[in-house]
Every structure is written in C-alpha cells, then in structure tokens.
Design a protein around this ligand. Structure first.
Ligand code: MN
Length: 353
C-alpha cells in the first residue's frame, strides 16, 4: 500500500492534521516522507498504530520526552513504562489531595462556638495466627496511641513507647510549643524502647502513631507503618504516610500501589523506634471539627481490610466502643494474620458549663 496524504492519514487515525504536524515538530511521529517540492507530509499506513499511541499518551498527560521513550519500546516494556508513569501520577495526586484537604480544613477552621471534647475507645487483639500480641493501643482524655512492636522484645517495646507518651496525659498541655513538647516525648519514647530492647538478640523495636488532644486541635506524631485516618463529611482521609520501603518505591514510581499491597517485603520499615532504626517522627497539627471521627490502627487492620470497608464501618457502627470491636472483627474475619489494634475517637461538642 502506498503512502497516505496527511489528510487521509489524519482521518484514518482520528486525529487532526494540526495534531500530526505538532507531533512531527515535537519529534513524536516523523512522516514516512516529506515531498521535497510541495513540503507535504506523507505517512505510511503502518504508522497508524504509533499515531494512536501518541494521542493516547498525550491524553494521559505524559510528558513529551517520556512519550518518545515509550514509543521506542516494545509492547511489554511500553506497558511497564505506562504503569510506572501512572503510579507516579497517583502518588503525586494522593499527596496533593491530602495537602488540599489539610489546607481546606486549615483555612476554614474557626474557633469552635462550643467547647469540644473527645469520646474514645481502644482495642488490641492478637489476631488468629500470632501467638502473642506485640501491639499496644491506648486511648485516654488527651492521648490516643497505637504502637506495633516487632522482634524478640516487640511487646515491651510497643508498651514502652506508649507508656512514655502517657506522661503527657498527666502533665497537661502547655499554651505554646506543643510540637516541642511532642518532640521531647518522642525522644523519651525512643530511649524507653532502647531500654527494653537493647538486651534482645536481633532487631527489635516498634512503630508509634499517636495524637494528643488539646481541646481544639490534635497534634499528630507518627513513625512507621501504623496509620491515622479521619472520617470527615463521610469521606475517609489517610493523614499519615507509611514509612516503609515499598511506600518509598511507590512514591518514586518504581512500584504500583497494587504491587506494593502484595509485596513480600511490604512490612519492611524505613523508620521505627528501636536500635539502629531511623526514629525521625512526622509531626503535624490537625484542626479538629465537631463530628470528626479519628481512627488510629496498626497494619493488622489496614493491610488486611480495604479502605472502603474501613470507611463503611466507621460511618455505620455507632459509638467508639462498638466501632473498635467491629473493626477488629473485620480484620479477624479476613483471616486475622497479624496483631490488630484500633483506637477510635469522636470529636463532640460539649455542653457549656
Ligand atoms: Mn503489625
């Protein structure tokens, strides 16, 4: 079959001649021949496939240099490249979605008309497979915390981390410098964990995800792969970022979210409290709103139960007490492969005294 004029080729590819001229200028699709006299572009029928691919990749929002790279690859390698690109887009969108939600909340936050309080419950369970429970869960008037211990002395490690933070319950919240107080508390927790794990053979340590209630805000401290979520206006937001090797690979686009979920090394932590581990904590202030519902959980829930199910149970199970029981039952109903811990706290308006 002979060469097609740009008009005929555009029609067959369902693209405009203008788009084809642009692709040529950008080096994405070079015509088979350019008539030396008229300057008309001529295309070979077998270029149709590539023309369509370029159009699809542009619709996907892929940068030009990357489209050029994909077009040079064979089917399987091209598919892998598109998958990697999309993982990056989703990771970036997720990070920006969280930031946007945070900013919307922050900018629309007003000093609550009524004093606020929290209603809370905590529950920790060994699950159906593990012999011991190395998680620690705690909920009190000011402190909510989940810690997931690992290694030979995992249980005392998680208990020590939460125990060190519990001093904040008694000390009261200073007017200023809340994040400094938390930073000191995390340092104390790290030393307490070192104290109970240093004699243990092999690696031992714990995750720590905790929130401190100030009366209008929640100060979040987070190290490891336990998680904090907030259910607000019926939507579930993850407000922590997993400190795992697979999550950092997802962030870099080297792994898709689905691949990460089934990765054999998915629980490998890049930050934790414990000997030789990077114990740097993420810290952040979170403005609370009446009717917010917070969930802190260990990976025994989040790695086993899909987010949609967690959202449904949080939205439908009544008070904190039945909700933590329902969440633990959900994890165990999915096989209960790991220790599971849940803390649920509702922000409520208190009657004025
Ligand atoms: Mn766990």
């Amino acid at each position: 079959m002979g060469l097609l004029t740009i008009g005929a080729f555009a029609k067959a590819a369902r693209l405009s001649p203008k788009a084809l001229r642009l692709y040529d200028e950008l080096g994405l699709l070079t015509p088979a021949r350019v008539d030396p006299v008229s300057g008309y572009r001529l295309y070979a029928p077998e270029q149709l496939e590539q023309a369509r691919l370029v159009a699809w990749l542009r619709r996907l929002g892929m940068p030009l240099a990357r489209i050029r790279r994909v077009c040079a690859l064979d089917g399987a390698a091209a598919a892998a490249e598109v998958r990697a690109f999309w993982a990056e887009v989703e990771a970036d969108t997720a990070a920006r979605r969280e930031l946007a939600a945070f900013l919307v909340g922050h900018l629309s936050w007003k000093e609550p008309a009524m004093p606020l309080g929290i209603r809370y419950a905590a529950l920790s369970d060994a699950g159906l497979v593990r012999e011991r429970n190395q998680d620690t869960a705690y909920a009190g008037e000011r402190l909510l915390a989940v810690a997931d211990g690992y290694g030979e002395r995992g249980a005392p490690a998680s208990a020590a981390a939460v125990g060190a933070l519990r001093r904040l319950e008694a000390d009261g919240i200073p007017a200023g410098g809340l994040l400094n107080v938390l930073e000191d508390a995390v340092e104390r927790a790290g030393r307490a964990v070192d104290g109970v794990t240093s004699a243990a053979p092999g690696d031992a340590g714990t995750t720590l995800t905790a929130m401190l209630w100030t009366g209008s805000q929640l100060a979040l401290v987070h190290i490891g792969d336990s998680r904090a979520y907030v259910l607000r206006d019926g939507e579930l937001f993850l407000i922590t970022h997993d400190h795992t090797m697979v999550q950092s690979m997802v962030d870099e686009g080297r792994l898709s979210a689905e691949e990460a979920a089934s990765h054999p090394e998915r629980s490998l932590l890049i930050r934790a409290l414990g000997a030789g581990a990077d114990g740097t904590a993420d810290m952040r202030l979170h403005d609370a709103r009446p009717a917010d519902r917070y969930l802190l959980c260990s990976d025994g829930l989040s790695a086993v139960v899909p987010a949609g199910e967690i959202r449904r149970v949080l939205a439908e199970s009544g008070g904190p007490e039945p909700t933590v029981r329902a969440l633990v039952a959900l994890a165990n109903g999915s096989g209960g492969p790991d220790n599971v811990s849940c803390v649920v706290a509702d922000v409520v308006e208190l009657e004025r005294q």
